[in-house]
Design a binder for this molecule. Structure first.
Ligand SMILES: [Fe+2]
Length: 187
């Protein structure tokens, strides 16, 4: 652990260690979401992305080894917080609607991961850590592709859930009660 960062290399190594924790947290979350999701399209996505996450972990471990920092993991409070928020939301949600909560939480986590790799990749390029660049590029591409798949699934599910809810309400669309207009001074 650095007491105070004084070089860009130290910052890069620390962020690699944070990303490694992020991916371990992500793996735990994928496994949990795979069990919690009701629709098979989501379960399949989480199982597939768990496998991709294992590959990302291997690449990050290689990057850390290149920097002489094998097995360095640093805290990732963001991923812990996102997972905690999602689990608490899921616990309060009826099973019939849990997929809407699951997919939204997964989408938020996925955006965070893409941003982390975007930043790591820029650092690796600027520091000329040439061997780390293809490894981080792979992770970045996997996360971006997963984000696209999740976004498409979220869109499809949101529309299906909204249709189901309209059907359950017995109407094609919500009816909004508008109060009658009252002229000023009439009350
Ligand atoms: Fe991910």
């Amino acid at each position: 652990m650095f007491e105070r960062f004084t070089t860009l290399d130290e910052i890069f190594c620390y962020k690699l260690g944070t990303a490694l924790t992020m991916e371990h947290d992500s793996l735990d979350l994928m496994e949990e979401l795979s069990k919690s999701a009701m629709r098979s399209v989501l379960t399949e996505f989480f199982d597939e992305h768990a496998q991709e996450t294992r590959l990302n972990i291997e690449n990050l471990e290689q990057c850390l080894a290149l920097m002489g920092k094998e097995n360095s993991q640093h805290p990732s409070p963001t991923t812990k917080g996102l997972a905690k928020e999602l689990k608490s939301f899921m616990a309060k949600t009826d099973n019939t609607l849990v997929d809407a909560v699951v997919v939204a939480g997964a989408l938020e986590s996925q955006h965070h991961e893409v941003a982390v790799y975007e930043s790591l990749l820029l650092q690796a390029k600027s520091l000329d850590v040439t061997e780390a660049v293809p490894l981080l590029s792979q992770n970045y591409s996997r996360e971006q592709l997963a984000l696209e798949k999740l976004r498409a699934a979220a869109d499809t599910l949101a529309q299906a859930d909204a249709r189901d809810q309209d059907g359950a309400n017995g109407a094609g669309h919500a009816v909004i009660e508008v109060p009658p207009y009252l002229p000023p001074g009439s009350v």
